[in-house]
Write a protein that binds this ligand. Structure first.
Ligand SMILES: [Zn+2]
Length: 199
């Protein structure tokens, strides 16, 4: 029985200068969201990435003093699925308290997501492109994001409006986006949906 022994020089295993070191933060485009990845948990049906907010944001906006770290809270965001596997961000958000003014605030996460949003900005963009460019159904978008149909639908409509208001030229000639999902036919495996984008 022969054993295959690689005999090429070791430096062939080192990538050339066009490669950077593997980095979950940039691979998942978390840097665009003002986040840095600090952990990963791969579950059978989804990947969870623990992140923290890059900007410390520890100065009191009322009195200008530096705040004391009080505790942290976790903000969960549905991110763009990678390899069709839902990707969830668990963002660790610091809460501070002013030493004198007692004002309490938390790190600003508005680069990562709209206030109170369930989807990251990348997750939202993936959903909108899925609907408009790839013609995915809202049901498929919801599955990809691991959120409910209603959450996906509301997020896509809100983001469509926001994008069109901010940049009417983005979709060349499209002046309105409407997502209208009808039950097309009932089958034994469930309902088939048709998504209509009106432009
Ligand atoms: Zn203060």
């Amino acid at each position: 029985m022969g054993v295959l022994t690689p005999n090429h020089p070791e430096d062939l295993d080192v990538p050339d200068a066009t490669f950077a070191a593997p980095d979950l933060t940039t691979f998942c485009r978390l840097d665009e969201l003002g986040l840095v990845a600090v952990g990963q948990r791969i579950e059978p049906a989804r990947a969870v990435i623990a992140c923290r907010v890059v900007e410390p944001d520890d100065w009191c906006h009322r009195c200008g003093q530096r705040g004391l770290l009080r505790d942290t809270v976790v903000r969960r965001l549905a991110h763009e699925p990678l390899g069709w596997r839902p990707t969830v961000l668990e963002v660790i958000v610091r809460r501070y308290r002013g030493a004198d003014c007692r004002h309490v605030w938390r790190q600003d996460t508005s680069r990562a997501a709209e206030p109170n949003a369930r989807l990251s900005r990348r997750g939202l963009r993936w959903a909108l492109e899925g609907i408009v460019v790839q013609h995915l159904t809202v049901a498929r978008i919801a599955e990809g994001l691991d959120v409910s149909w209603n959450t996906a639908n509301a997020a896509v409509l809100a983001e469509g409006r926001r994008v069109l208001i901010n940049d009417p030229q983005r979709f060349d000639g499209v002046t309105t986006i409407g997502v209208d999902e009808h039950v097309w036919r009932h089958t034994r495996r469930g309902d088939k949906y048709v998504t209509v984008i009106s432009t």
